[in-house]
Ligand binder design. Sequence first.
Ligand SMILES: *[C@@H]1O[C@H](CO)[C@@H](O)[C@H](O)[C@H]1NC(C)=O
Ligand SMILES: *[C@@H]1O[C@H](CO)[C@@H](O)[C@H](O)[C@H]1NC(C)=O
Ligand SMILES: *[C@@H]1O[C@H](CO)[C@@H](O)[C@H](O)[C@H]1NC(C)=O
Ligand SMILES: *[C@@H]1O[C@H](CO)[C@@H](O)[C@H](O)[C@H]1NC(C)=O
Ligand SMILES: *[C@@H]1O[C@H](CO)[C@@H](O)[C@H](O)[C@H]1NC(C)=O
Ligand SMILES: *[C@@H]1O[C@H](CO)[C@@H](O)[C@H](O)[C@H]1NC(C)=O
Ligand SMILES: *[C@@H]1O[C@H](CO)[C@@H](O)[C@H](O)[C@H]1NC(C)=O
Ligand SMILES: *[C@@H]1O[C@H](CO)[C@@H](O)[C@H](O)[C@H]1NC(C)=O
Ligand SMILES: *[C@@H]1O[C@H](CO)[C@@H](O)[C@H](O)[C@H]1NC(C)=O
Length: 535
Amino acid sequence: MARTRPRPALPLLLALVAAVIPGPGGAQVSIQLSETILPRGASLQVNCSSSCSEGLDLGLETQWSKVELQHGPNWKLFELSDIEEDSNLMCFGNCGTVQSSASATIILYSFPERVELDPLPAWQQVGKTLTLRCLVEGGAPRSQLSVVFFQGGEELHAEKLGVNSTNPNEITTKVLASRDNHGANFSCRTELDLRPQGLQVFLNVSEARQLRTFDLPGTSPKLNSSDLLEVGTRQKVVCYLDGLFPASEAQLHLELGGHTLTSKSTNRGDLVSATALVEVTPELEGTHQLRCVLELADQNREAEKTLNIYSFSAPVLTLSPSEVSEGSQVTVKCEAHGGAQVVRLSDAPPGDPSPQVSFTLNASADDDQRLFRCSAALKVAGQELLKNQTQKLHVLYGPWLDEGACPRNWTWLEGSQQTLKCEARGNPSPKVTCSRKADNARLPTGVVVTVTREMSGTYVCQATSSHGNVTREVSLTIYPPQNNLVIAILVILLLIVLLVGLTIYLYNRQRKIRRYELQRAQEEAMKLKAQAPPP
Ligand SMILES: *[C@@H]1O[C@H](CO)[C@@H](O)[C@H](O)[C@H]1NC(C)=O
Ligand SMILES: *[C@@H]1O[C@H](CO)[C@@H](O)[C@H](O)[C@H]1NC(C)=O
Ligand SMILES: *[C@@H]1O[C@H](CO)[C@@H](O)[C@H](O)[C@H]1NC(C)=O
Ligand SMILES: *[C@@H]1O[C@H](CO)[C@@H](O)[C@H](O)[C@H]1NC(C)=O
Ligand SMILES: *[C@@H]1O[C@H](CO)[C@@H](O)[C@H](O)[C@H]1NC(C)=O
Ligand SMILES: *[C@@H]1O[C@H](CO)[C@@H](O)[C@H](O)[C@H]1NC(C)=O
Ligand SMILES: *[C@@H]1O[C@H](CO)[C@@H](O)[C@H](O)[C@H]1NC(C)=O
Ligand SMILES: *[C@@H]1O[C@H](CO)[C@@H](O)[C@H](O)[C@H]1NC(C)=O
Ligand SMILES: *[C@@H]1O[C@H](CO)[C@@H](O)[C@H](O)[C@H]1NC(C)=O
């Protein structure tokens, strides 16, 4: 800084005496300025005075327009206006023949006419360096003018004007673009520091400019869809790319065969994806390119995939007739269309695949409800696709009554609960009625009945369906329950007989034992008699 002195407090018409050159006769001229620093174009009052007592002639030498405002015996007050640049002022005075003078310097200041941040690129890639330029036009004194860059309210860099740059009106700084810079507002500001002159710091701020940053991976988007699309279906097609910033600003377009697909884009985190539902119409049959274009900032990424669109209808399987009586012939025929081949038809004799396969069969009862299946294959883009068709055969047969489902002999206990089982097989399913041969009395089948003696007899069961009727004789034997009282009496009699028998046996045995003991007693007595000495 050129001037370094303590800040003077400058009252209106009190100023410095810049230089006083004393005249030889002791007459001094002095100059007083109302201000030493002033804005460009401003006015200034200058008081030229002298100590000369008589014959004084005072004047002010300047290039600027001046007016004498007041004067005293030894002073003159001038006003200078429209001062455009820094300049020297000189007061001179002729005191008699002696001339003396005093001079002073005035400094002008001005605010920059233009402070502007150079336009930023529309998009700035993350990780690349961005140069910010601040253009400053005008402004004085330049040595006291500096530039500060801001991101939002945060100071980035400060530099004095004209120190380093080749262009005196431009200051630059570099910023490494990051995701955090996205949406940030950059600006620059000039600071005209007039504190050394006792004034303040004057600020001029540029308009803010908003930065948009982006990040894009080097990879292309991914296409998620099946390679094979069938006419008549709806297929979901998804295109996505991860690692984008800002994902919300990315645009994804899907095209099929040159036509834009209506798609729905979503973004979550750094992932953006677009989903379209393709209505596969017959006009689309053939191969088409599926394209996905991603646009972010001024960048494009695209992906492509070939789709094979085919139409394939299931084979037509016919059974003629599809309802047939047992023993009749049925023709089974399977036809494939649109280049497809019948590769398998149940129970057909083996053969090479052909668009049509048929055979006849002799319908039997076992063929009722039988499923026939036909498979057709279509080759699309090296892949074999299969479609099946099934048909059911209905064979009319019966009715049949056999021992398994309708046994001939039944033996029931009178009074018990029994069910007569007699079922018939056949298609359509037959109805069975059983009636007694003798009197046509009905006996219901398949329901629980209480058996009575009167039910016995031979019944004729008849199974009837629209396909015919058949009969079978069923005999029913009823036996009466045994009388419990008779059995009880017999048991009691048997017990009595047993008891009597036992009593007789025990009595006889006891008598024999007594007789034996008597005999032994007599023998003992005889022995004793023989041994005893005679009296
Ligand atoms: C001009 O200066 C002289 C001498 O200092 C002083 O006497 C006079 O009052 C001043 N004039 C004005 C208008 O201040
Ligand atoms: C001026 O440039 C030099 C090198 O070119 C550098 O070291 C210095 O910091 C710069 N000064 C300012 C105020 O930017
Ligand atoms: C930048 O300025 C715009 C418009 O004035 C404002 O909407 C936006 O929020 C600012 N950005 C930041 C990061 O403050
Ligand atoms: C510069 O700032 C000053 C005040 O600090 C103001 O009076 C002036 O009009 C500003 N100039 C421009 C071009 O904005
Ligand atoms: C793409 O398809 C695969 C399998 O078909 C699936 O696992 C994956 O989630 C899909 N991705 C998107 C973004 O839909
Ligand atoms: C079909 O089978 C039935 C009985 O099995 C037989 O009587 C008939 O002749 C067969 N018909 C043909 C055409 O084979
Ligand atoms: C069609 O039949 C084949 C066997 O013949 C089987 O592998 C395939 O899963 C079936 N497809 C359908 C859709 O039923
Ligand atoms: C049924 O009973 C009759 C005579 O009562 C007999 O001839 C026949 O063998 C019996 N049948 C069976 C399967 O028990
Ligand atoms: C049973 O079939 C015979 C001919 O086989 C027929 O004459 C008779 O009317 C049929 N009975 C019933 C009840 O349908």
